[in-house]
Structure formats: C-alpha cells, structure tokens
Design a binder for this molecule. Structure first.
Ligand code: AMP
Length: 280
C-alpha cells in the first residue's frame, strides 16, 4: 500500500494507475477506522481497480464548540486496516496541505443542508462539501463511496456532484452495526461503558418505529414522539431531532410510506450520535 501526505505525490500515483488502465475509487474518511469504513472499502474494491482512502479530520466541518480536538485519532491502526483491506493508496494530508492560510473559497449546498444535522451544526455541511469537492479535484476518482449512516451527507454530496457537474459516481453503502444494533461510529469510543450499553436505545427506538409502521401506524408525528420518549427514558440521553423525511428530498413527511427515512440525532454527555432506518 502506498501512503502519501502530499497532493503532487498522490496525483503521481493515481496517474500511474490510470495509465495502466485502472479505474479509481475514493473513500473519504476522518480515520479511527472501524468495520463501517471497511465495508465501504470493500464496496470500492468491488467496483474499481485502485482504491484511494483519505483520512483527514477536517477542521472546516467542526464548529468552535464541537469535538475537533477530542475526535479520536488512531493513525497506525488505520494504516494497518487499510493495508489489510486491499486499499491501494492512503492519503493523509495535514491541514496546511488542504487549506492555504488565506483560503477563501467554499462550496455550499443551500437546500438539503438546512434541516436535520445542518440546523444544529452551523457551517458543518459547508465544511463537508468544501473538503469533498477538494478531494474530488485532487484524486479525480471515477466513483466515491459514502455511508448511508450519514444519509443527509450522502444526499448533499449527490446534489453537489449533480449541480456542479462533477464527473464522479456516488455510491451509497448500508449502515454497519454492532451486534446489539448500535451503528458503528468513531465517536462510540468516547462513550463510557454504561452509556455505550444504553446507547442501543437509539437503534431500538427506530426498530420499534418500523414495527409500529408494519402494524399500520402512518402518523409521522406519533412515531416521532414515540422515538423521542423511548430514547429520553434513558438518563442523560436527549434527542436533538427525530425526523421522518423523504429519502430523496429530505423534506419532512406527515404520513409514513415507503422511501421515508426515520432519522435521529442524540446527545449523551458531550457525545453526539446519529442513526437512521429506511421504510422499505
Ligand atoms: P467518517 O470517518 O465518520 O467521516 O465516515 C467516513 C465514511 O464512513 C462516511 O461516508 C460515513 O457515512 C461512513 N460510515 C461511518 N460509519 C458507518 C457505518 N456504521 N456503516 C457504514 N458506513 C459508515
């Protein structure tokens, strides 16, 4: 596996792969890699010849009071995982490589990014679209793989490539969970033992909502209230939002139907966790 931190070096290796006729996939991550990331690498490997993984904790997508400094970083373990997963090139730039001190251009999606996480994390998605657009320009992949766990992010990236005519095919990969249902997340390791155990309530509340739907419940308001009350029964858990949204437009719906996502963001202590399930 090739490991680089510089853009010229990365471009050199990607060009060599392209000259050999290989197709290129990019999987952008913030590191602290887990089975969820690994599943994205496997999707990328199946659909391309040369898999590039980027690891960059992007300062631009963290608000001033958010967990940029606390965000877990495990560079050695990450490199070992990438090597084992057949990643061809690991790109781990320093912030100064990605952002000139006087950088002043951003990419902003102005519709899908307003609600849900965007309503609670001002500037977050502007940071995401800016860094992903930069990574697309740097790597120029054929495809890029994103997780459905971050459903809003994936929808925004799809919109960005559509609206800016970026020639990258976006592939969404399903959410990978622990055996007790908790969606894998780098932030899970910030939870203490007891909170981690109780965090299963997030997925269980969504499963209970799906079960209500199967029994005939269609009222989105009632379903949302049930999700909130179930999660907030747990001491120290508070729901930032619980939403029923159209999977494509991310617009709230009042009646449940297929192609609707039930999405939540939950705070416990100073950790924020998100999850969603889809009504088939
Ligand atoms: P992150 O490192 O958290 O920025 O995530 C990098 C990519 O991995 C994003 O496209 C996420 O949606 C995806 N991802 C994170 N957690 C999971 C998971 N549990 N299952 C599938 N994909 C995930």
């Amino acid at each position: 596996m090739i490991q680089v931190a510089g853009i010229d070096e990365l471009r050199h290796h990607v060009a060599t792969a392209r000259n050999a006729g290989q197709t290129v996939a990019l999987v952008p991550t913030m590191g602290c890699l887990h089975r969820g990331h690994r599943s994205l690498f496997a999707v990328a490997r199946r659909q391309s010849d040369f898999v590039v993984v980027s690891i960059f904790v992007n300062p631009l997508q963290f608000g001033p009071t958010e967990d940029f400094d606390r965000y877990p970083r495990t560079p050695e373990d990450d490199a070992a995982i990438c090597r084992k997963e057949g990643v061809a090139l690991l790109f781990s730039p320093e912030p100064e490589t990605m952002y000139a001190p006087d950088h002043s251009v951003v990419v902003e999606e102005t519709s899908l990014s307003r609600g849900l996480c965007g309503a609670h994390r001002s500037g977050h998605f502007r940071g995401v679209t800016t860094v992903v657009a930069k990574l697309f320009n740097i790597v120029q992949p054929d495809i890029a793989v994103f997780g459905q766990k971050d459903a809003q992010q994936t929808a925004i990236i799809r919109r960005m490539v559509r609206d800016l005519n970026i020639p990258v095919r976006i592939v969404a990969a399903p959410t990978i969970r622990e055996s007790d249902g908790l969606a894998l997340s780098s932030r899970n390791r910030l939870l203490d033992h007891d909170t981690r155990r109780r965090a299963t309530v997030i997925h269980h509340s969504l499963c209970a909502a799906l079960e209500s739907y199967r029994r005939g419940e269609r009222d989105a308001g009632r379903i949302r209230r049930d999700i909130v009350s179930r999660i907030e029964e747990q001491p120290s858990f508070s729901v930032e939002y619980a939403a029923a949204i159209d999977a494509g437009t991310l617009e709230p719906v009042s009646r449940l139907r297929s192609n609707v996502l039930l999405a939540v963001a939950v705070r416990t202590g100073n950790v924020r966790l998100i999850d969603n399930v889809s009504i088939a």
